[in-house]
Write a protein that binds this ligand. Structure first.
Ligand SMILES: Cc1ncc(COP(=O)(O)O)c(C=O)c1O
Length: 305
């Protein structure tokens, strides 16, 4: 259960948590057209709180809106300011922030014209998405029988509400089979992404991650590419098959919620020695330092509140 906080920002105002309600005729509830973001704020080493890559997340929210023809009725800097203020009002030093843009009550039918466009920003305390033990020891991943969206069926570069039914189907299947997370292949059969994370493999010291074609352009993915290159590692964004994954020395997932989660098993095949490898551990260590403001070089990724 989500741990209740005091306030939610709703259509421009901070209102008490319990009052952030919608009507059953809310268009997005029926048809799934809406866009959202997932952002983390960290309690930094100097005692301050910083939102990680806030501008990039808000830009992606507006990009999602643009693609889905949802004209967000606020300016980007108003949304950014509300993300900072909600943490102050809720007294949260560390939190997950969820801006959600949805079509409210008004019209029914598939053409959304006339639906009010509403925006909520919720913040709650959320620990390791795939578990603390998963972060430390690695998780088990199952290739899904559900294929990731075809690029001309859903807009894969957006965080569109309805896109996540595909993720949920894959996640349910993986958990039902006793795994922690689902890996989805693209429509050509190559490794694409996990239900809510991007994926990397490491082979002979080189990192590989699927290209942007049909994945969500993950902000954590972008961080990892930069951090790895700054560490002197080679990163290739090119497609690869599931057997290449089975044969990798290391595999890890990246996402705002999941952070850097090592994978120790894919479809019952042990990855490397079956525990997080040195490259994954190095990336994890740098990443957790960066988000907590320890590395001067990446200070521009942090918005202190
Ligand atoms: C489908 C999918 N892929 C990848 C990611 C990782 O993106 P990010 O690192 O920006 O959180 C997410 C999370 O938002 C996601 O939902």
């Amino acid at each position: 259960m989500v741990e209740k906080a005091k306030f939610i920002w709703f259509d421009g105002k901070f209102i008490p948590w319990e009052q952030a309600q919608v009507h059953v005729l809310t268009h997005t509830l029926h048809y799934g057209l809406g866009v959202f973001e997932g952002i983390r704020a960290y309690h930094c080493h100097d005692g301050r709180t910083a939102i990680f890559r806030l501008k990039e997340h808000i830009q992606r929210l507006y990009d999602s809106g643009h693609v889905m023809m949802i004209d967000i009725p606020f300016k980007k800097d108003e949304i950014e300011a509300a993300c900072c203020e909600i943490l102050r009002l809720n007294g949260q030093k560390e939190a997950y922030i969820r801006p959600l843009v949805f079509l409210g009550e008004g019209v029914m039918g598939l053409h959304p014209k006339g639906s009010p466009i509403q925006v909520a920003i919720i913040s709650w305390v959320w620990g390791a998405y795939l578990g603390d033990e998963g972060l430390r020891r690695g998780i088990r991943v199952k290739t899904s029988s559900f294929t990731r969206h075809h690029v001309n069926i859903a807009m894969t570069k957006t965080k569109t509400v309805g896109n996540y039914v595909n993720s949920i189907m894959a996640k349910l299947e993986a958990v039902h089979a006793g795994y922690d997370e689902a890996l989805l292949l693209d429509t050509a059969g190559y490794v694409c992404e996990a239900s809510g994370e991007n994926i990397f493999l490491v082979k002979d010291g080189i990192l590989k991650t699927p290209p942007m074609t049909s994945i969500l352009p993950g902000i954590t993915r972008d961080c990892v590419i930069t951090l790895a290159q700054d560490l002197g590692l080679t990163v290739k964004d090119e497609r690869f098959s599931r057997d290449e994954l089975y044969l990798a020395d290391e595999v890890f997932l990246t996402g705002t919620a999941a952070e850097i989660t090592p994978v120790r098993d894919v479809d019952g095949r042990k990855i490397g020695p079956g525990h997080p490898g040195p490259v994954t551990q190095q990336i994890q260590e740098v990443y957790f330092g960066v988000v907590k403001g320890q590395h001067e070089r990446y200070q521009n990724w942090l918005t202190y509140i």
